[in-house]
Every structure is written in C-alpha cells, then in structure tokens.
Design a protein. Structure first.
Length: 364
C-alpha cells in the first residue's frame, strides 16, 4: 500500500500497524466460525479425551475426514488454541483450553457465546436496511439459532449460581419461596432459570413470560425434559402481566436493555408485585456514558458489538422503540427508571459471580 496514494497518510509504520490491527480482527472473525465448527463436530472434546494425538487419530475418534481435520488443526495451532509437538507430529490442548473449549460443565466454557456470535452471521444481510430505516430485528427475526445460542450462553450461570448464591443474597426470597410463592420470570427465554427455581422450591408456582416463539418453544421442551409441574408459560402479547399486585417475586435476566419499551415494562412489573414483593433484576454492567465505558469497561468492545447485532436491534424492532442497547441500562439508569415507575427501594446485590451482569433488588 503506497503512502503517496493518500496524502493524509504520512506515517508508513502507523499505517502498517493499523492495517495489522484490522487484519487481526478479520482473523478473529474467521476463527470464531472455525471454533464453532470444532465445537459442533466434537473435535475439542475428542482431542481433550485422547490427546496428544495425530490428525489421523483425531479423525478416527470423531469419524471425520483426516484431511479436513488436519487443516483445521493447523489453523487452531496458528491461532494459539491448540498446541503442536513437531517432533511427535501430535496435537494437544492445555488445561485452560480444555476448560474453555471442551468442557460444557466448566464455568469458563465459552461454547454458548461462540454459538451466539455465529448465529448473528445470519442477520448480516439485513443490517444495512436496519441502518437505513432505523428499525431493528426482533429475537424471532434472528431465528432459532439465536435462541439456542442465548440459552447456551446463560445456562451455566443460572444452573450454578441462581439458587445457591443469588437468591439467598436477595432479602427474604428464600423464606417466601420455601413456604410457597407466586413468581414471574419476565423474558424467561428457554426457561432455564425458572426450571432451576421450580426444582429447588416445589411449593412455589412459576410463570414465564416471553414474546419470542422460538424461546417459548425451547422452554416447553426444557420444562418437559426436567419434569417440573409447577411452571407455566405465557406470551405477554396474549396474556400480559396482571396489574393486580399478585406476585411475590419477579425476575428478569438481561431483559430490560433489550426491551422495546423498557419504561412500560418496568411499570408493568411494579403493578404486578405485591406491596412486599421483590423484583430481582439482572442486567449488563455498564457505565453512565460512552466515555466512561471506553476508559473503564473492559467488556465495552464485545458489549457494543452485541448491541449492534442483537440488543439495540431488538430494542428498535418496533417503531418508537427505545433501543437502549447492551450497555444502556447501567445502575444509574436503572435507579432513575425504577424511581419514575414508583419503586421506592433499590439495592445493588453484592454478588461478583458474573463478569457481565450487575444484580439489583428492587421493591415497591
């Protein structure tokens, strides 16, 4: 690339460095796709089980073509996710790689996040029109793969931390649930959180609300497989939250920032809660301004990426949508909006088990 072709470019080293940075992003994008392929085909699990191994041994283990497996392994070694012993011509995975890429039960496993990112690729052809019209896409517009990816991304936290850690940190929640409470999970997605609570507290009744037909379909399957009988599902378009102050506990997990009308949602939650009820709200940790996120939020890059592709898009999926975006509901905004809806008590729960979310206990 010639510096002279653009008179504004005066520093060849700076140009090379910037081009290298963009090239690295291109490489990372391709690697996400190939990591997804490895996860879906069981290549990571296979290598974790038998490694160190040759490409032929891994191909035999996974019943795949050796030539394709070998080229994939070369790419994985180059990106640094798999190691190579040149003398033995064998491939292996570090303990850290096994945890992140091969063990769905490990808290550090990222297969769900990778699945979510790849699911976004299907929406790329629609994004230019979103930019032109201002209208985004609903979660159902993004397809079944998006619902599956989101479920996989959130499942492990909800299974590991919701019942043993988060609910006991919410004042009075465990006592009410043990005795028998009426609970709504608004934006319940695939129902994983509800199922965990329903199994732990069989005397309580749980109602999940979601407008995504893909999510509700996955929730029905999960509820059936779990065998829980104290769970119902509602589509709020047909069966909205009742305005009768009947719920003891309402939960939302990464829902408000995706909502087309978040203030209306918050007001509906307020109207549905008993006077002594609790709203347990989990939402993405962010700062009050872009400048603060840029300087202080290590998750800003991935958060704004998700926002354009998924979260802001969802919030703008109807005319007049709020479009808060992934980082659009920080604690300061949550306090402001809940106070406007008539909530009088707001407490941030001191829970550090999730690097993405902050957790709030909000009361009428």
């Amino acid at each position: 690339m010639s510096v002279q072709s653009n008179p504004e470019v005066r520093d060849p080293k700076a140009l090379q460095a910037f081009a290298g940075k963009v090239s690295g992003s291109v490489t990372a994008g391709m690697n996400v796709a190939l990591t997804f392929v490895g996860e879906q085909l069981g290549l990571y699990k296979g290598l974790a089980a038998i490694g160190p191994a040759t490409s032929q041994q891994l191909a035999d283990k996974t019943q795949l073509s050796e030539r394709w497996v070998r080229e994939w392994l070369y790419q994985q070694v180059c990106i640094g996710q798999i190691t190579f012993d040149e003398a033995a011509t064998e491939f292996s995975m570090s303990p850290e790689a096994k945890a992140v890429l091969a063990d769905p039960e490990h808290p550090a496993y990222l297969g769900g996040m990778i699945h979510s990112v790849v699911a976004m690729y299907d929406t790329l052809e629609h994004l230019p029109e979103c930019f032109r019209t201002g209208l985004g896409q609903s979660f159902d517009d993004k397809g079944e793969a998006c619902a599956c990816g989101i479920e996989r991304m959130s499942r492990k936290f909800q299974q590991l931390h919701l019942v043993p850690d988060l609910l006991p940190s919410t004042e009075g929640a465990v006592a009410k649930l043990t005795a028998g409470a009426l609970v709504a999970d608004v934006g319940c997605g695939a129902g994983v959180a509800m199922i965990e609570m329903a199994k732990a507290y069989p005397h309580s009744q749980f109602i999940g609300y979601d407008i995504s037909m893909n999510a509700l379909g996955r929730a029905r399957n999960n509820i059936r497989e779990a065998g829980v009988k104290n769970v119902q599902l509602h589509n709020p378009i047909d069966q909205p939250l009742p305005e009768d102050g009947s719920f003891d506990l309402i939960t939302t997990f990464d829902v408000v920032h995706d909502s087309t009308h978040p203030q209306v949602l918050i007001e509906a939650i307020k109207a549905s809660l008993k006077p002594d009820g609790t709203w347990l709200c989990a939402d993405i940790q962010g700062k009050s301004s872009f400048a603060e996120n840029l300087k202080e939020n290590p998750m800003a890059t991935i958060a704004y990426s998700f926002s354009v592709m998924v979260c802001m898009s969802s919030g703008l999926s109807v005319p007049g949508g709020a479009g808060l975006g992934t980082l659009g509901f920080p604690e300061s905004k949550a306090r402001e909006m809940t106070a406007a809806a008539g909530f009088s008590r707001f407490r941030r729960i001191p829970f550090e088990g999730d690097i993405f979310n902050a957790f709030y206990e909000i009361r009428p």
